[in-house]
Design a protein around this ligand. Structure first.
Ligand code: NAD
Length: 494
């Protein structure tokens, strides 16, 4: 690199403090390689090491991170993290999930590009960015066993959470010069939760007429993206679907060893490789540092050092064009790479200032973080109570729904009357099919008479009657109307 190749901020800017964790397994080797490249490119950062991962877990800290490390993160607000090993056995909390939730890292951004023919891929043209909502959905970890046979996991989707990630996705598309955002949900089944995510996406899409917006049901969407990823641009997903689809798409580029990932919040951000600590190859000097390098370049763009990111990315692309790849990668002619971790990093450093000949040049743009609060608050709707679902654990009389139904019906009042009993969402009383398999978990739906509303006291009267009848209620769910609109789904047969 000549002096004129070095981006200007290096000489003018105070080093930006960042927290760095070397992690476990191959973590230290790929972090050293990555930081060596950043240093050679004269990136003005001041890394501060924090201890996280296996050693910390095994010392008895169930979160995998010492309180002192949290202090460093709070101060630096930017975290470059190598993969860690989660020890086997129970009791250890996922460090990633804790970090995302504690620091409010609501957006997970994973660019997945193919570098064909320098890295073999069946999808040469693909360049997809997956944006995954990172905090909500089933990842609240709110799970219960309710009966001997039944377990549940709560799926929580909020309007502020969905609005914020939709805004992030469109803003990302605009800043990155992307043309289309595709949202995938399963709102044909989950009309209320996935339906809200979709609604927020569509509301935001209407504010960005310059960006195409389309919707797909997650099952067909996943099939299409696995088959023809080159036809997608930016893809927005709720947490669980995003977890799965982002790994599928990263694998389609040719290897999980070359994709980085950013976890972005209003005040904090964390950058990492998408792969794990690869204990099977730790200490062998053969790990590919590219995914962590990619994560670090997303970090540079985030903190306003995109010129440095472009300098390094161009050198990295050129390195691969020159046939220098690590052993996890195969090129289009079937030749497996043989560069070790250090040799690969040295090759990138030697090419700082060079540009790729065939692959598109790097185009990182500064991504000074914006805060995406929820849109101006709409007036809170008027909430009324239309009834209650009372869930019972019942395993008597051969689980005959008619027996349970007659018993429960008699416990209704003129304020709350039994409408239907369903088992796993299928109506079994007053009508149903004898073929329907019934578990020990019954949902009894009580509704206020047409046009009337119920009160908490009305519910307590029914619950007391149920208890006095010797029935075991294990959960209640209020059936609320918002500005008169039903806020619950109808069961099959209702
Ligand atoms: P892994 O990603 O570590 O490894 C999967 C396979 O890919 C292995 O064969 C490995 O050798 C290979 N591989 C991964 N990264 C590579 C690289 N940079 N260069 C060359 N080959 C590479 O997944 P795993 O084996 O399921 O998990 C190992 C450990 O990592 C587990 O303890 C898991 O909990 C942890 N993990 C951590 C993170 C994280 O910290 N973000 C993510 C996933 C898994």
């Amino acid at each position: 690199m000549t002096a004129s190749d070095a981006p200007s901020p290096a000489s003018t800017t105070e080093p930006i403090p960042i927290a760095v964790a070397y992690g476990d397994g191959i973590g230290p080797a790929i972090m050293e390689a990555t930081l060596r490249i950043l240093e050679a490119a004269k990136v003005p950062i001041a890394p501060e090491t924090v201890e996280i991962g296996e050693k910390v877990y095994l010392s008895g800290v169930t979160s995998g991170m010492e309180p002192s490390a949290w202090e460093v993160l709070r101060r630096t607000r930017v975290f470059l993290k190598a993969p860690i090993t989660t020890p086997q056995g129970g009791g250890y909390k996922s460090l990633n999930v804790t970090t995302r939730k504690t620091l409010g890292l609501y957006a997970n951004v994973r660019p997945c590009r193919s570098f064909h023919p320098f890295v073999q891929s069946r999808h040469p043209g693909m360049d997809v960015t997956i944006i995954r909502e990172n905090e909500e959905d089933t990842y609240g970890g709110i799970e219960h066993q309710q009966t001997a046979e039944m377990t549940q996991c709560l799926k929580l989707i909020s309007r502020p959470g969905s609005e914020r990630i939709a805004r992030y996705a469109f803003d990302y598309a605009e800043r990155a010069g992307r043309r289309r955002v595709t949202c995938m949900v399963k709102d044909n089944i989950m009309k209320i939760t996935d339906g809200l995510f979709r609604q927020c996406f569509e509301e935001e899409a209407a504010r960005h007429p310059n960006i195409e917006a389309d919707m797909m049901i997650i099952d067909i969407g996943t099939a299409r993206i696995a088959d023809t990823p080159g036809t997608f641009d930016v893809v927005l997903l709720p947490n669980l679907y995003g977890d799965i689809v982002s790994d599928v798409v990263a694998q389609l580029t040719g290897s999980v060893g070359i994709a980085g990932s950013a976890n972005i919040g209003d005040d904090f951000a964390m950058f990492e490789a998408i792969h794990g600590s690869a204990p099977d190859i730790a200490g062998k000097g053969i790990a590919n540092p590219s995914a962590l390098i990619q994560g670090s370049l997303q970090m540079l763009a985030h903190i306003g050092l995109s010129e440095h990111a472009n300098l390094i990315q161009n050198a990295w692309l050129r390195t691969m064009e020159d046939g220098i790849i690590t052993g996890d990668l195969v090129d289009a002619r079937g030749r497996r790479g043989d560069a070790g971790t250090d040799a690969f990093a040295n090759a990138v450093i030697q090419r700082l200032g060079d540009k790729p000949n065939t692959l598109p040049r790097s185009s990182f743009k500064d991504r000074a973080n914006k805060a995406f609060e929820t849109r101006a608050k709409v007036a809170r709707p008027t909430k009324t109570l239309g009834g209650v679902d009372i869930f019972l654990d019942w395993d008597e009389s051969g689980r005959d729904p008619q027996v349970l139904g007659e018993k429960v019906k008699a416990l209704g009042t003129d304020r709350l009357q039994l409408k239907i009993i369903s088992n796993r969402g299928v109506g079994v009383y007053p009508t149903g099919f004898p073929e329907t398999y019934c578990t020990d978990h019954w949902r009894c739906r009580f509704l206020a008479p047409d046009g009337e509303t119920a009160t908490h006291d009305d519910i307590l009267v029914v619950l007391k009657a149920i208890k006095d009848a010797g029935l075991d209620f294990i959960k209640t769910e209020h059936l609320c109307l918002f500005d008169g609109k039903r806020g619950w789904s109808l069961g099959d047969g209702e």
